[in-house]
Design a protein around this ligand. Structure first.
Ligand SMILES: Cc1ncc(COP(=O)(O)O)c(C=O)c1O
Length: 460
């Protein structure tokens, strides 16, 4: 079985065929903490942060910074790891900002995104003194102008532009095209610049674009840097505005299944660095700070999801040799990982105690939720799974728990940070009590129970 790229860097299979991650026996953790259970491998997460920082330093002669896109997965421990690795943090909501600040994340290293930031969340960001608000549209800009009218210290902002570049990825995660809901159309740049030039409460520091997620082709990134530099040159010429920061977003893809391309962080950073440096030289611009915002490619591989097989269900015989023979029902699914149901995402799974066993059958690994679309893996080639087996799903760190729901009122899983043979609980399993805490009870005595009125015969 191939562990490289899909599983955490610490993943190993012992002589009994048991999967270990971070030096911990995975099935043992499942037994101790229950399932569904998510593991976050500390070494993989830290390695990914460091790889990005090193690649940018090597690939770009100017100043650079890596911001972790917390929408991929954020909790207090992740905020601590990101801060400890010296990265910045991108948030897209007051909730993400709250968790980051509560974890002690330095506000000056936080950027806030979002195409529809409510006024209260902008006020929250301004009050916290975050490093940058990335303005997505003219309405947001107008609101920020009024919110910062009396400030003595201007709030740094960047403009997110829609560079009209359609990157090759699933439509749901494509964001740089002209028709995207995200970002200022290029035609609106002058209006924004005019407003910013005359607004002392805001200081334009950067231009930003994000093309989408799960991208493997690097060429669109170079194109996006070119668009941002053209805009920077235009702003300098027309408005005497200096753009100190260029941010081509995040989005580098990761491998979810064997044989899928693996992102080359070094090549990506080198391309960005070269394009930016050469583009600045050509346009006579000073080297700006290069900021990138990876999420998925930092956290996906560090995460592993564990489920217990609850039941199986045979499928009718088929003449198609590739057809699945059974559903293997597990105790999680779309509540903790909506990606397969939402956009047909693929994953890789193994049995945690028989990782060496040869594949004997093709099955669908189906979730427990009351939706036929709740299938985590279609056509998975597995050893014969039996009730009680632990299924481990690789590359489960990104956009899984951060998109989790309590559908069917199933509590959300616990999360363990694994490292050097130790597992630490960093997020406890949700309880039934948690599920009901927001509910406001209506006492029976307060109900107005209408008197029973018999329906008369021939009442139509
Ligand atoms: C503005 C912005 N930056 C960064 C990211 C992170 O993308 P990824 O997790 O694919 O690296 C996203 C994801 O949607 C985003 O919208």
């Amino acid at each position: 079985m191939e562990l490289a790229y899909l599983w955490p860097v610490t993943a190993a299979i012992d002589e009994h065929g048991r999967l270990t991650i971070g030096g911990c026996d995975v099935a043992g953790l499942a037994q101790q903490y229950g399932t569904p259970l998510y593991l976050l491998d500390e070494a993989t997460f830290r390695d990914a942060c460091r790889a990005y920082v090193a690649a940018l330093r090597a690939g770009y002669p100017g100043e650079s910074a890596v911001h972790y896109a917390s929408k991929a997965w954020l909790n207090t421990a992740i905020a601590h790891l990101v801060a400890n690795e010296g990265l910045g943090l991108d948030v897209v909501s007051g909730g993400e900002l709250y968790v980051a600040l509560r974890a002690g994340f330095p506000p000056e290293r936080i950027h806030m995104h979002g195409n529809a930031k409510p006024r209260a969340e902008l006020e929250q960001a301004l009050a916290a003194g975050i490093g940058q608000i990335v303005v997505d549209n003219l309405d947001e800009l107008a609101l920020l102008v009024s919110l910062t009218a009396h400030r003595s210290q201007p709030q740094p902002v960047a403009l997110r532009l829609a560079p009209a570049i359609a990157a090759d990825t699933h439509a749901h995660i494509q964001t740089g095209q002209a028709t995207s809901k995200f970002g200022l159309p290029l035609a609106a740049l002058d209006t924004a610049a005019g407003l910013l030039r005359d607004t002392p409460g805001l200081r334009l520091v950067g231009l930003h674009a994000h093309l989408g997620s799960q991208l493997f082709d690097l060429a669109p990134y170079a194109a996006a840097v070119g668009v941002l530099l053209d805009c920077a040159a235009h702003l300098r010429e027309r408005y005497a505005l200096t753009i100190a920061e260029i941010n081509p977003g995040g989005g580098l893809g990761v491998a979810y299944v064997s044989g899928q391309e693996h992102p080359d962080v070094t090549a990506y950073a080198a391309l960005l660095g070269r394009t930016l440096a050469e583009g600045c030289a050509r346009r006579g611009l000073p080297l700006p700070r290069l900021v990138i915002e990876p999420g998925r490619s930092i956290v996906a591989r560090a995460g592993v999801a564990l489920y217990t097989v609850i039941a199986t269900r045979p499928l009718p015989p088929s003449h198609d040799p590739g057809a699945a023979t059974r559903f293997v029902h597990v105790d999680g699914g779309m509540g903790d990982n909506i990606r397969p149901a939402l956009y047909g995402a693929h994953y890789t799974a193994i049995l945690a105690t028989r990782a060496h066993a040869p594949a004997e059958e093709t099955v669908h690994i189906s979730g427990r939720y009351c939706e036929s679309g709740d299938v985590l893996l279609h056509h998975a080639h597995m050893p014969r799974a039996v009730v009680g087996d632990i299924v481990a799903v690789a590359a489960a760190g990104a956009y899984t728990l951060s998109m989790a729901s309590t559908y069917n009122l199933v509590p959300r899983p616990a999360v363990l940070l694994v490292s050097d043979g130790t597992a630490r609980l960093i997020q406890r399993r949700e309880t039934y009590e948690d599920l009901a805490t927001r509910d406001v009870p209506v006492l029976l005595e307060q109900w107005h129970v209408p008197p029973h009125r018999p329906v008369p015969a021939n009442s139509e």
